[in-house]
Write a protein that binds this ligand. Structure first.
Ligand code: MEV
Length: 381
C-alpha cells in the first residue's frame, strides 16, 4: 500500500545500538543499514559518553517552511509589503486547511518574504511557517501552500508557480552534545591526530562531504528504521552544512586539557511519529516502541545523538588504525558469502581469517576454496 507497481521488498537488517543515554534516559536505538560496522561504531563511541552523562539534546520546535513563488510582479517589494499587511488573513486561510493540527496546538504561525533575483526577473517567495508538531508535516504544509496560492495571487496581482515545502528545515533544528571521556587514555599524539582529522572537515569540502556522510550513516539508519523520509533528512542536512556559504562539518569538537573531547552536532531534522510510513509500517511502529520516544522532539534528539557518536567513532578510527581494520573484519561475513561460502561454513571462514589476520576478499576466497576442496575430499565427491 505504500507505493505503486510493487514487485517485492528489499529487507535491510536492523541492528540495535547500545550504551546511549539521551537526556538522562537510557535508550536502545534500532538502526537500519546495509553497512557493516556502523552499529558497532556508534555503540562503541556512546560508551565514552555514558559516565559523563550521555547525550543532551535540545530542539527548536517542529517548524516547517512552505514556499509559494509569485512571478510576474511589477513591484515585488510592494507585493511583499502587501502580504505582510495581510498576514493574519493568510495564516487563517492556511489554518482552515488543517483543523486537527490547529486543535492540537500546531498550525501556521508566521510568514516570511524573500525577494529572489532569478535569471528572468525578481520573484517574491512567500514562506509559510507551520508548526507541524509530531508529524514530519510535508502533507500539511503542501496543502496549505496550495490552498493559499490563489489568495496570494489576488493580493499581489502575481502568478504563482511553485507551491512546496522547503527541505532546508532551518526552523526545525536539533542540537546534541556529549563529553567523550578520555577516549585515547591520555595519548596526546592520537588526540592531536583526532584534531587534525576533525579540522579538515571545517575547511575542506572534499573532506566535509565524507565526514558528513559518516554522520548520515548513523542518522539515516534511524530515520529509515522509523519509517521517516531519508531523502528529506539528507537534503536538509547537506543544505544546512552549506549555510555559511561553504560546505562544512555538521559537528564541532573541542578538546579539553585532560584529554576529554567535547562534541556537538547541529542540523535540521524533520522527522515525525505520525503520518506517512511512520505509523502504517509495522516495523517502523515496533522500532518506535523500542526507542520509547513520545514525540518528534525526543526522536530528533536520539537521532542527532547517533549522528554525533557515529562521527566521533569515524574520526577516532581514522586517527588511529584507519577504518579498514575494523570494517573489513565486520564485512568479512559478507565477503565469505560473496566468495561462495555456504551459510554453515561462514563461522569457520571467519575463524580462519581471524587466525590469519587477513580480511581481504582474495584471502577469504582462498579460505573458502580450501574448505570446499577439503569437503570434496572428505565426502569423496
Ligand atoms: C564510511 O561509510 C564513513 C566514513 O568514511 C566517514 C568518515 O570518513 O568520517 C568512515
Amino acid at each position: 500500500r505504500l507505493i505503486e507497481n510493487v514487485i517485492g521488498t528489499i529487507p535491510i537488517p536492523i541492528g540495535v545500538a547500545t550504551n546511549f543515554k539521551v537526556n538522562n534516559r537510557d535508550v536502545l536505538i534500532p538502526m537500519a543499514t546495509e553497512e557493516p560496522s556502523v552499529v558497532a561504531a556508534a555503540s562503541h563511541a556512546a560508551k565514552y559518553t555514558y559516565e559523563s552523562g550521555g547525550f543532551k539534546a535540545s530542539y527548536s520546535g517542529s517548524y516547517m517552511r512552505a514556499q509559494v513563488q509569485l512571478t510576474e510582479l511589477k513591484n515585488p517589494y510592494f507585493a511583499m509589503a502587501k502580504l505582510y499587511e495581510k498576514k493574519r488573513d493568510i495564516l487563517e486561510l492556511c489554518n482552515q486547511q488543517d483543523p486537527t493540527l490547529v486543535s492540537l496546538g500546531g498550525g501556521a504561525t508566521d510568514i516570511e518574504m524573500h525577494v529572489i533575483g532569478g535569471e528572468h526577473e525578481k520573484v517574491l517567495v512567500a514562506h509559510l511557517i507551520v508548526n507541524t508538531l509530531d508529524a514530519m508535516g510535508a502533507n500539511a504544509v503542501n496543502t496549505m501552500a496550495e490552498a493559499c496560492a490563489p489568495f496570494l495571487e489576488e493580493l499581489t496581482g502575481g502568478k504563482v508557480v511553485l507551491r512546496i515545502l522547503s527541505n532546508l528545515a532551518d526552523k526545525r533544528i536539533v542540537r546534541a552534545s556529549a563529553i567523550f571521556e578520555d577516549p585515547f587514555n591520555g595519548d596526546k599524539d592520537i588526540l592531536k591526530r583526532f584534531k587534525y582529522g576533525y579540522d579538515l572537515a571545517t575547511k575542506d569540502p572534499y573532506r566535509a562531504a565524507t565526514h558528513n556522510k559518516g554522520i548520515m550513516n548513523g542518522i539515516t539508519s534511524v530515520v529509515l528504521a522509523t519509517g521517516n523520509d531519508t531523502r528529506a533528512i539528507e537534503a536538509g542536512a547537506h543544505a544546512y552544512a552549506a549555510k555559511n556559504g561553504h560546505y562544512q562539518s555538521l559537528t564541532k569538537f573541542e578538546v579539553s586539557g585532560n584529554g576529554d573531547i567535547y562534541g556537538m552536532i547541529e542540523l535540521p531534522l524533520a522527522v515525525g511519529l505520525v503520518g506517512g510510513a511512520t505509523q502504517s509500517h509495522p516495523v517502523a511502529k515496533a522500532v518506535t516502541k523500542i526507542l520509547k520516544v513520545r514525540n518528534a522532539e525526543e526522536l530528533a534528539g536520539v537521532i542527532a545523538s547517533v549522528g554525533l557518536a557515529q562521527n566521533f567513532a569515524a574520526i577516532r578510527a581514522l586517527a588511529t588504525d584507519g577504518i579498514q581494520k575494523g570494517h573489513m573484519k565486520l564485512h568479512a561475513r559478507n565477503l565469505a558469502a560473496m566468495a561462495g561460502a555456504k551459510e554453515h561454513q561462514i563461522d569457520q571462514v571467519i575463524e580462519r581469517a581471524t587466525n590469519e589476520g587477513k580480511f581481504t576478499f582474495d584471502s577469504i576466497k582462498k579460505i573458502v576454496e580450501k574448505l570446499n576442496k577439503k569437503g570434496v575430499r572428505e565426502n569423496g565427491r
